[in-house]
Design a protein around this ligand. Sequence first.
Ligand code: BTN
Length: 242
Amino acid sequence: LGKDIRHFMELESTNDYAKTIARDANEGTVILAESQKKGRGRKGFDWVSPQGGIWMSIVLKPSIVPADASKLTLLGGLAVVDSLKSIGLNPSLKWPNDVLVNGKKICGILTEMEAEIDRVEYIVLGLGINLNFDTDMLPEEIRDGSTTISDELGNYVDRLEFFRSLLYNLEQYYIHFKTQSFEELMERWIDSSDTIGRNVRIVTPSKMVDGRAIGISLSGGLLLQKNDGSTEEIMSGRCIYI
Ligand code: BTN
């Protein structure tokens, strides 16, 4: 990954740009922007992306079915966790795609894909990491629930070094994903997770389910033990701790 890195001072959104070039791009092409004017979060939310952060998207072309795409989001989270640990932080993962430090969001992941019914054409794995800027730069509505690496550490970190570490970890996990079973990655995810064992409410456009998060399924979904005792696999949704 990262043999071809396209670096921009400013883009609307690295995911949007990546999608325009993905079809003809080599697997592993990285789009990196110093800032984004229209960074996108999940569910159509804005993602505020000032200078100092790492706003990047990677084009991946694994031979998988669309239902397996959410595994790549989990894999992205694992890579970010390792890089954060290597600079002395103690991160945890919140299903499906948040990386937290001290209970606050430090990174978000937006995985998008182009696919036919039974085959993924490409995946754009978008990673937004709040690195070297003050949490005060973020809009008031999300400030309390967010943090940045420099605020957590009390100093700036070498951005290039962190980017390198992240690409390296992503590549290791991606190779593992392509060549070995998902089970080990899933166990690793659960080990670093802040979600498993908690009572949660999952909100999707069509429903709301309460229950206890008891695991991750082999397709990367959240296993929820509902109050009536039955288990449901949730593939996507917003997760609220209750
Ligand atoms: C979320 O938690 O809602 C996901 C946030 C994903 C943000 C990243 S920043 C790089 C890439 N480009 C985008 O427009 N979004 C993702």
